[in-house]
Design a binder for this molecule. Structure first.
Ligand SMILES: [Zn+2]
Length: 267
């Protein structure tokens, strides 16, 4: 599932290629993918893209006509910009027509992805409760200390809780905890200030490195030019047999997800 660095990489690509361009129309090929707000005027297109932003794992495309397109990639969704192709791929669920001839294909094998079009004022209705952005200044020691004070759940589960920190998923939660030398089963409320500071700094470092490497392509995630990201080559613990220091990695289940950790490095 795409996490913050993957969604940010896609957003950076869209911003570079689409900002200021006109969406002429949107074709939909699957009844689960597209959702139109009831208050939407007859056709929101054509419309100029004036701004794009990311919130957690959501992409928001703001249009000149005061509507917003919200995109969530779900488990397997990807957006591919293709200027020449006319054929519809087997798993294509929707397609934006940009400036007459360009096409932004929404391809999604599992169909958990969503495209929502709504007036700006209704955007919050479609977003779940989202916590702090981990790359913002608001993700700091006082925020995290307060947020975790009464949380006895394992820190790994807490890192993936979108209501506390927006955008982290399984891969990055594993990587962050390894690099911060924190055992994933540690009850969140028992972490020291020193550990919390290390966790915050490591989170920012890992996410920034992953964005720089265009995200992690282990399964379906691709950039908008359909190329793979490169951060899968820099993972230190996720799906590894040995940690970088040569200790055997342990694999356990937490909240139904696979946790990889080193019992020696992460005490
Ligand atoms: Zn180790």
């Amino acid at each position: 599932m795409p996490e913050l660095p993957e969604v940010q990489t896609i957003l950076n690509g869209l911003e570079k290629e689409l900002k200021g361009k006109i969406i002429e129309g949107l074709d939909s090929y699957h009844n689960r993918t597209l959702l139109r707000d009831k208050e939407l005027s007859a056709s929101p297109f054509p419309a100029i893209i004036i701004d794009l932003e990311r919130r957690g794992k959501f992409i928001l495309i703001h249009l000149e006509n005061e509507n917003t397109i919200i995109i969530h990639l779900g488990m397997t969704g990807k957006l591919v910009l293709n200027r020449a192709s006319t054929e519809i791929s087997k798993y294509e669920r929707a397609c934006f027509i940009i400036n007459k001839k360009d096409k932004l294909h929404f391809i999604d094998i599992r169909t958990f992805g969503k495209i929502i079009i709504c007036p700006n004022k209704n955007v919050s209705q479609y977003l779940p409760e989202l916590g702090v952005e981990p790359l913002s200044k608001d993700f700091n020691l006082s925020y995290l200390r307060k947020a975790l004070k009464t949380r006895k759940a394992p820190i790994k589960n807490i890192l993936m809780d979108q209501k506390i920190i927006a955008g982290l998923g399984n891969i990055y939660a594993n990587e962050i905890l390894y690099r911060a030398k924190i055992n994933p089963e540690t009850p969140a409320s028992s972490l020291s200030s020193q550990q919390l500071s290390r966790l915050i700094n490591t989170t920012k470092t890992v996410l920034n490195e992953a964005i720089e490497k265009n995200g992690t392509s282990i399964s379906d995630y691709r950039r908008i030019d359909d190329k793979k990201g490169e951060f899968q080559n820099f993972l230190q613990i996720y799906q590894k047999t040995f940690c970088p220091k040569g200790h055997p990695v342990q694999k356990i289940k937490q909240g139904g997800r696979s946790t990889y950790f080193c019992p020696v490095c992460q005490k």
